[in-house]
Design a protein around this ligand. Structure first.
Ligand SMILES: [Zn+2]
Length: 252
């Protein structure tokens, strides 16, 4: 290993954080089991891939992170699930963010253009993984996840955030009405494509919410590639039939 893995592995001291790519080798140092449109490190069930391949890929991710990985059934909601001592890894739980104080589990959010946001206050020992597409973002999933972290003792000034690979403000083109409705609620979302049409900058919106919650600007890393432009990531907008990569975090 590694190179690409290092490039996409987020740095939060006291935690292990990763944004995977299409390549198992580049992500976790092992070739993934998925084929064709899902080649080779698809981590999403129910996207048309073979379940056995996805489960093998999830096992490789778990090996890499050194802990069982908690996934949820993501529904673009504002529901936050706590991964507590009794978390059932086999159960299907609807949620769009996970929060934990456990050091023996990893939290994963699946995406292919939506924002995967990883958060931690490693002093307090609290981590979160958040799935924020347009709908979930406007539903305030990120503030909901931060509120849960605070409830578990996290302090905003000690929190770090990684806004992972996702559609950038130049690429996420939307109809004007959708743009205007979103911007009326969060002005930082306003963006344009290079040809001047309306788009949304969800990353700018997330950064604004994080700063508003009390995180330092320097504690927020949103420098990851755009999934619409960087071919090493699954992109639903670009490919339609495609896999899912993850943002995953584990407290050390
Ligand atoms: Zn882009």
């Amino acid at each position: 290993m590694i190179s690409l893995s290092e490039a996409s592995a987020g740095v939060i001291p006291g935690a292990r954080a990763i944004f995977t790519t299409k390549s198992g080798q580049a992500s976790v140092g092992r070739k993934g089991a998925s084929r064709e449109a899902f080649s080779d490190f698809n981590l999403g069930l129910h996207v048309g891939d073979e379940d056995t391949a996805v489960r093998e890929n999830r096992r490789l991710l778990s090996d890499y992170l050194g802990a069982p990985v908690a996934f949820v059934n993501q529904t673009h909601s504002a529901r936050v699930a706590e991964v507590g001592p009794d978390w059932d890894f086999a159960a299907v739980n609807d949620a769009d963010a996970l929060v934990t104080t456990r050091r023996d589990v990893a939290l994963a959010i699946m995406v292919a253009d939506c924002m995967p946001i990883l958060l931690a206050d490693t002093n307090a020992g609290v981590a979160a993984a958040v799935h924020a597409g347009r709908v979930g973002f406007l539903g305030e999933i990120l503030p909901a996840a931060i509120a849960e972290m605070l409830r578990f003792g996290a302090l905003p000034e000690n929190m770090r955030a990684l806004i992972g690979p996702s559609m950038c403000g130049r690429c996420y083109e939307v109809p004007q009405q959708m743009h205007d409705e979103a911007v009326a609620r969060v002005p930082e979302l306003s963006a344009r494509t290079p040809r001047g049409s309306y788009s949304l900058d969800l990353r700018a919106g997330a950064r604004a919410q994080l700063v508003s919650a009390g995180l330092a600007e320097s504690a927020i890393d949103d420098s990851y590639p755009c999934t619409g432009e960087a071919l090493e990531y699954f992109s639903y907008r670009r490919e339609n039939v495609t896999g899912r990569f993850v943002g995953a975090i584990r407290l050390l």
